[in-house]
Design a protein around this ligand. Structure first.
Ligand code: PGA
Length: 261
């Protein structure tokens, strides 16, 4: 069976103590899952990263940062550099989450600078892409995804592509007011994204893990992951209790096994 990926972004939730207790519980609950068949990652707040990194063996749960500056140091007030993350044992970053793009007005060009800087420092990087409700309404979802990928992953070599993951997260599906995409809709967008990745990176584009995110829950996780175009799930609210995330992961694994010939 192809490797599956399950991750969560804790956003601006959970303080240090909550993060440590969440990670400890998740690690315990997921202790029997074979990591050669699955990768588990958690992206806590910046202030929790140091404690998270001391309490978790990252061969079991990869830790990531929610954002990163594309410079090593300088006059960039409020930013966190790759050297600072490296010092904490963090070598995986997320760029382009919908909340960074739409609340903090980050651009595709900035996401590209972050991804290139991360890869240049030997990190892995998760690029989030997704269209808004309005863009979906205009029928330009695939065009938007192609732009986000072509600019966001510009100037990255096929060798570096092995350290990239992509999460498709339609903006209209994320958060409390979001409606999950139907599996058929997600599958169609994943097909577009995969074509784009192959166009950019050749055969290396076939292996880039492609996750779906946006209101993933216990009801839809199995249907989403049953489709082989979806390599994993990037989960928000339904993952923020360790036991709930653990049971969602197990539901998804069983669904994939049942659909693997
Ligand atoms: P959600 O969040 O699962 O709560 O919709 C997803 C995300 O923001 O990545």
């Amino acid at each position: 069976m192809k490797k599956l990926y399950f991750g969560t972004n804790l956003k601006m939730y959970k303080n240090v103590a909550d993060t440590v207790s969440y990670l400890t519980a998740l690690d315990k609950a997921a202790s029997d899952l074979d990591r050669s068949e699955l990768e588990l990652f958690v992206i806590p707040s910046f202030t929790s990263l140091e404690s998270a990194s001391s309490c978790i063996d990252q061969s079991r749960i990869t830790l990531g940062a929610q954002n990163m500056c594309w410079k090593e140091q300088g006059q960039y007030t409020g930013e966190i550099s790759p050297l600072m993350l490296d010092e904490l044992g963090i070598h995986f970053i997320m760029a382009g989450h919908s909340e960074r793009r739409h609340i903090f007005l980050e651009t595709d060009l900035q996401e590209n600078q972050k991804i290139r800087c991360a890869l240049g420092h030997g990190f892995r990087a998760l690029l989030c892409v997704g269209e808004t409700q309005a863009e979906k309404g205009y029928g330009i979802s695939d065009e938007i995804l192609r732009i986000q990928l072509k600019v966001g992953l510009n100037d990255i070599s096929s060798d570096e592509a092995s350290r990239i993951m992509v999460a498709y997260e339609p903006v209209w599906a994320i958060g409390e007011n979001g409606l999950p995409a139907s599996p058929a809709y997600a599958k169609a967008r994943h097909r577009t994204i995969r074509q784009c990745l192959i166009h950019q990176f050749g055969s290396a584009g076939e292996d880039i893990p492609l996750l779906y995110g946006g209101s993933v829950n216990h009801e839809n996780a199995a249907d989403m992951i049953a489709d082989p175009s979806i390599d994993g799930l990037f989960v928000g609210r339904s993952a923020w209790q360790a036991e709930s995330f653990n049971s969602l992961i197990r539901t998804a694994i069983t669904a994939r096994q049942n659909h693997t010939p």
